[in-house]
Design a protein around this ligand. Structure first.
Ligand code: ATP
Ligand code: MG
Length: 439
């Protein structure tokens, strides 16, 4: 059953219930009103008798109480003294039933209780006629009004369900297109209600899926591209060796080994990047003093820097800065930044590592800045720097060994720690990366 049929059914049931309750209560109400009326009437007859007989019930059992055959059936009338004694009774039903289940009215004279009139399914001819008339006219009128409300509410329901289900119906083709893998959709948002919110959410979901799909395609293309070069080199070297037919000297194997090392690094980097990208990077956080951590990383580059005459300068804050980080992941991130700084700085240059406390929008951060006096990066290239496989100069980077993954890994790891990474650079003067980690 579709939503429209369900809503329609609910409305129909509602109208039927309301009509049923209306009939039940009006009929019951009429019944009780007439019961009370007949008791009042009976009380008036008995009171008349009492007054006419000089304030006494003497001979009341002979009182002239009108009675009709039809209504006397299953009916009765009774008078009880204030003490509860039956003074008068008439009708098919015994006095006990009449007083137990009938309607009653107290009879008073000069404010004094002189008796109680009871009637059970008892009425005079006129009241009986009036009752029948009212009941039958109410019944026909009720039917008419009921039919009218039913039609009106069903029409209203039809319009209402159309109104409620129309936006949903409009959404269905778009959702089906998404299900088929077509994420390039933008459903116009026409209202601010729940339907509008659902539409917005669907648009957002489609955009997200589209981005993910783009990234996946791009990644596959990039990885294929990166794998092709080292594999081609390995293959041609192996062919050379085979066609040479001589013993293989260790030097001949060196370029092959180089390429294998590159491939291994590529695969390891990709693995880390995938973890960071999908937000599933396991972090083994522990309170870590930043300065000794940086010292250890710098230590790894000391030999290389000394050889090339590059000075690594430390500018650490006087107080120690302890942050809750995964030391291994953050070592990897800083290692990537430092290796870039050294790689892209010519001999006799300088690399500065700065650690400081930073207050930003009411929060405290440990700020680590790694600056170099290297070749710098053109301003128009800065926005792409953290993208995977991005290299400012394709050819030279490849020659100097870069894959273009170091910065995207650094960014992924820093962001996994709720931190930020930013870059400033001036061509020919140097580059400076700043990492902020919340304390
Ligand atoms: P990988 O780090 O994967 O071995 P890579 O160093 O080329 O390779 P990234 O670290 O992501 O890759 O850096 C991307 C590019 O940004 C580099 O190719 C380089 O052109 C530029 N770059 C990064 N750091 C610097 C720097 N300190 N000075 C100048 N250029 C830089
Ligand atoms: Mg790098």
């Amino acid at each position: 059953m579709n939503v429209r049929a369900k809503l329609f059914g609910i409305l129909l049931a509602l109208v039927l219930i309301v009509s049923g309750v209306y009939f039940g209560t009006t009929q019951g109400y009429l019944e009780s009103r007439f019961g009370h009326f007949s008791a009042t009437e009976a009380a008036a007859i008995f009171h008349n008798f009492y007054v006419e007989h000089g304030g006494s019930w003497e001979g009341v059992e002979q009182a002239d109480v009108p009675e009709d055959e039809s209504r006397a059936e299953n009916g009765g009338i009774a008078l009880l003294s204030p003490e509860g004694k039956v003074l008068f009774h008439k009708g098919e039903v015994d006095a006990e039933t009449v007083t137990l289940h009938g309607f009653h009215k107290t009879i008073t004279e000069n404010g004094k209780n002189i008796g109680m009139a009871y009637t059970y399914r008892w009425a005079t001819d006129e009241t009986l006629q009036l009752k029948d008339y009212i009941q039958s006219s109410m019944f026909t009128e009720g039917l008419r009004v009921g039919a009218l409300t039913l039609t009106a509410s069903l029409l209203l329901g039809l319009w209402l369900t159309w109104l409620l289900t129309l936006p949903l119906k409009r959404l269905i083709p778009s959702i089906q297109r998404i299900a088929k893998g077509n994420f390039r959709i933008d459903i116009p948002v026409t209202s601010a209600d729940e339907y509008g919110q659902v539409t917005k959410a669907i648009n957002q979901m489609a955009r997200q899926l589209d981005r993910a799909e783009e990234t996946r395609k791009q990644l596959t293309a990039d990885v294929t591209h990166e794998l092709r070069t080292p594999l081609a080199i390995i293959q041609s070297q192996l062919e050379n060796i085979q066609s040479g037919g001589r013993d293989v000297s260790p030097e001949t194997l060196l370029p092959i080994q180089d390429e294998v090392i590159r491939l291994t690094k590529l695969i390891e980097d990709l693995h880390q990047l995938t973890l960071a990208d999908s937000g599933r990077l396991p972090l083994d956080r522990q309170p870590t003093d930043i300065a000794p951590l940086m010292d250890r990383i710098i230590g790894k580059f000391k030999l290389d820097a000394d050889e090339r005459g590059i000075r690594i300068v430390r500018k650490y804050a006087e107080v120690s800065l302890v942050v809750d980080i995964d030391p291994n992941r953050m070592t990897q991130a800083f290692y990537n930044l430092l290796s870039n700084a050294l790689r892209y700085t010519p001999s006799a240059g300088q690399v500065v590592c700065e650690i400081d406390r930073n207050e930003h929008r009411g929060a405290s951060y440990a700020a680590v800045t790694i600056s170099d006096t290297g070749i710098g990066i053109p301003e128009d290239k800065l926005p792409y720097l953290f993208e995977r496989f991005y290299r400012v100069e394709e050819a030279r980077s490849r020659h100097s060994g870069g894959m273009g993954l170091g910065l995207s890994i650094a960014k992924g790891f820093v962001e996994a720690h709720q931190g930020t990474i930013t870059v400033r650079s001036k061509i020919g003067e140097g580059t400076s990366f700043t990492v902020l980690l919340p304390i």
